[in-house]
Design a protein around this ligand. Structure first.
Ligand SMILES: Cc1ncc(COP(=O)(O)O)c(C=O)c1O
Length: 372
């Protein structure tokens, strides 16, 4: 057994090596590295897979968020409701555009924005609710959709971690990221659908938003050298699109395997009273298990992580500090569940290529840590 990794990208490359080499060759021979048929074909294939009208490939998941917000035509000072326990890309994009992030606490049950706390944060400047489908579970888009509709707000989904999760509600139904007005994802290499560099995409069923987002991502131009709005240079390149086209047909099997790994972890840890295992799904959402994240109830999180590191087992703290306490965008607010989670969470290795042998080694060491 080699060294255990959080995500084993080399093993995945070995699986798809010959198809990926063919894809590289195809692009190199075509000479079309930016835009072109490889990108548009990938966008169409992903749109079919997710059952969404428009997919717009962009340079990364952070740009996708920024462009999606720009497409909504907001004004400086407008407020965007976001979870306090999440990745930094969303508040970053919000603040770069002169908008105001309004942090809302998450639920300990699923790590997702707590819909019960949203209404109290809505003001006459609120324009967007932006859930982050953290760790691979889709937030309750039925409830969020209802709140958004009642208050005339946009719903922007950050689906960077939830590619492959399905939401089956009464109000809306479909793939994570395609359920609000506009959604985004990341193809960062370690993501559920990852490329070999940076990449991202925007999803929408709205023709006008799609056209605006496409224009903004390409220097604000619809027609070459005619710049209608201020835009960005944010394009998914052809090599990345070609790699994603190799992996896309395997997405369902990746998610299936991630769920198998999660199930084995949960079955193994159920008896350890210090550990709170994550939900395997929610009432309405399947889990894409981008991360398998435990809550450690007895204050032993850091000791466990050090113990595992000594045994050659990696683990990660997603995230060590909530967004409202980050130096770059801090507020004086107390947001208790998010703050507590940052002290208590630990994420274990999970990826489709994690072998049973590796997983049993991880489980064995966690069990032995709590026995001692
Ligand atoms: C929830 C979330 N949103 C956005 C991003 C940003 O994606 P990228 O790294 O492609 O810019 C990430 C990436 O880690 C993420 O996890």
């Amino acid at each position: 057994m080699g060294a255990i990794q959080m995500v084993n990208l080399q093993a995945q490359y070995n699986r798809f090596q010959s198809d990926i080499r063919d894809a590289f060759e195809r692009v190199c021979h075509s000479g079309a590295f930016i835009k072109g048929s490889e990108v548009s074909t990938f966008e169409q294939e992903l749109a079919v897979k997710l059952n969404v009208k428009h997919v717009i490939g962009v340079a990364n998941g952070t740009d996708a968020l920024q462009i999606a917000l720009m497409a909504l035509d907001l004004s400086p000072g407008d407020e965007v409701i976001i979870p306090a326990f999440a990745y930094a890309a969303l508040p970053e994009a919000v603040l770069l555009l002169g908008l105001k992030p309004v942090f809302v606490d998450v639920s300990e049950l699923d790590f997702l924005i707590n819909p019960d706390l949203i209404i109290a944060k809505i003001t006459n400047r609120t324009r967007v609710i932006a859930p982050v489908h953290l760790f691979g579970l889709t937030a309750n888009m039925d409830v969020l959709g209802e709140i958004a509709e009642q208050h005339g707000l946009f719903l922007l989904e950050d689906a960077a971690q939830s590619m492959g999760s399905l939401f089956c509600g009464e109000r809306c139904f479909g793939s994570s990221g395609t359920l609000g007005h506009i959604g985004t994802t990341s193809f960062f290499p370690s993501k559920n659908l990852g490329c070999y560099g940076d990449g991202g995409a925007i999803f929408t069923n709205d023709d006008i938003l799609a056209e605006k987002a496409r224009m903004i991502a390409n220097h604000g131009q619809r027609k070459k050298y005619y710049h209608e709005v201020i835009g960005l240079n944010s394009r998914l390149d052809a090599l990345q699109a070609a790699i994603l086209r190799v992996k896309l047909p395997h997405l369902d099997s990746f998610i299936y395997r991630r769920n198998q790994v999660a199930l084995l972890y949960s079955d193994s840890f159920r008896e350890i009273s210090q550990l709170k295992i994550p939900a395997l799904n929610s009432e309405k959402s399947t889990h894409a298990f981008h991360q398998y994240t435990l809550i450690i109830r007895d204050g032993s999180r850091n000791e466990l992580s050090e113990y595992l590191a000594q045994k050659g087992i990696p683990s990660m703290i997603y995230y060590p500090l909530p967004l409202h306490q980050q130096k770059a965008y801090s507020t004086a607010e107390r947001i208790p569940v998010s703050e507590k989670l940052c002290e208590e969470v630990i994420s274990l290795p999970i990826c489709p290529e994690l072998t049973d042998e590796e997983q049993l080694e991880i489980v064995k060491n966690i069990k032995s840590f709590y026995k001692s």
